[in-house]
Design a protein. Structure first.
Length: 300
């Protein structure tokens, strides 16, 4: 009988922690939709329900999914010593994740895709840009989640590590975008990838989404080899950056090989770049993400 009461008390304790985490998560996910509207200086309800702006919906969906990914990193692990500390920790990590996702979007706009006005393109119902925007948010969130799982505690060093991991993620995603731009220009007589996005070439956006997300998954593999320690934080972050570059190149190489096998006999440049074959682009995206998932699982 004593054991029964102990188990019941334990379950009640876990239930309270669950209610705290889920409540904060739902509030933050709801806030993300309205923040997306505020950042675009529009009414999100009008864009989604009255104007039926699919591009805006895809962009918001990417932001909400990204925040959900980040929150899984905040929830995972041991519960805090008290309910109040659990509330503070969950709210702090969730809010920081929301802010970083939005900052990542600005960086993606100003540095990675500097020739595009993504906000205006999305308001003009450019679905291609909506996909690109959502992919950037999700890729950023995947890396932030990995850093949240890597660190522990709730202090200044923890937040420094999270922000540094975010900066690393943006540097890697910028590098990948530049490489893909060069590759696209080489295969298409000097055409600009960003201009192709602006023209609404959805197949290219789907492929690009797969490349960003697979890169983010590759970057997270470093967390399995480095032990978090505030005393060696700088060395760990440098190592993470170097390891991330190596993993990104490895995933790119293995993905290129896998695509040749999975899409044997299909000219990818002709089908995706020129004919805008969305089906082939989806297979490319799935192959890229699958290879990254398999490789990171093996590293774990």
């Amino acid at each position: 009988m004593n054991t029964f009461f102990e188990i019941t008390a334990l379950n009640q304790d876990l239930l309270i922690y669950l209610v705290i985490d889920i409540s904060i998560a739902i509030v933050l996910l709801g806030a993300m939709r309205f923040i997306s509207g505020l950042s675009a200086k529009v009414n999100s309800t009008q864009e989604l329900a009255q104007k039926d702006n699919f591009a805006f919906g895809i962009s918001v969906a990417g932001s909400v999914a990204a925040l959900g990914i980040v929150l899984t990193g905040a929830i995972s692990g041991e519960n805090a010593p008290s309910y109040w500390m659990e509330f503070i920790g969950m709210f702090a990590y969730g809010t920081l994740g929301l802010i970083l996702i939005k900052i990542g979007r600005v960086i993606h706009d100003k540095l990675s895709l500097q020739h595009l006005n993504k906000t205006q393109e999305i308001l003009n119902e450019n679905i291609t840009i909506g996909i690109v925007d959502a992919a950037g948010a999700i890729a950023t969130a995947i890396i932030i989640r990995a850093v949240l799982l890597w660190v522990h505690g709730l202090d200044v060093d923890t937040f420094i590590a999270i922000i540094a991991g975010f900066i690393i993620s943006q540097a890697i995603l910028l590098m990948v975008t530049r490489l893909k731009e060069r590759q696209y220009a080489k295969n298409n007589q000097g055409d600009c990838l960003q201009e192709a996005f602006a023209r609404g070439q959805t197949a290219l956006a789907i492929r690009y989404a797969g490349q960003l997300i697979s890169t983010a998954l590759a970057v997270t593999a470093a967390s399995h080899f480095l032990t978090y320690s505030p005393e060696t934080l700088l060395n760990n972050l440098v190592s993470w950056f170097v390891f991330a570059i190596v993993m990104t190149l490895l995933v790119a190489l293995l993905t290129a090989i896998a695509k040749r096998i999975v899409l044997w006999g299909i000219n990818l440049v002709e089908e995706v770049d020129q004919q805008q074959n969305i089906g082939v682009a989806c297979v490319e995206m799935a192959t890229s993400i699958s290879i990254a998932l398999i490789l990171t699982a093996l590293m774990a």
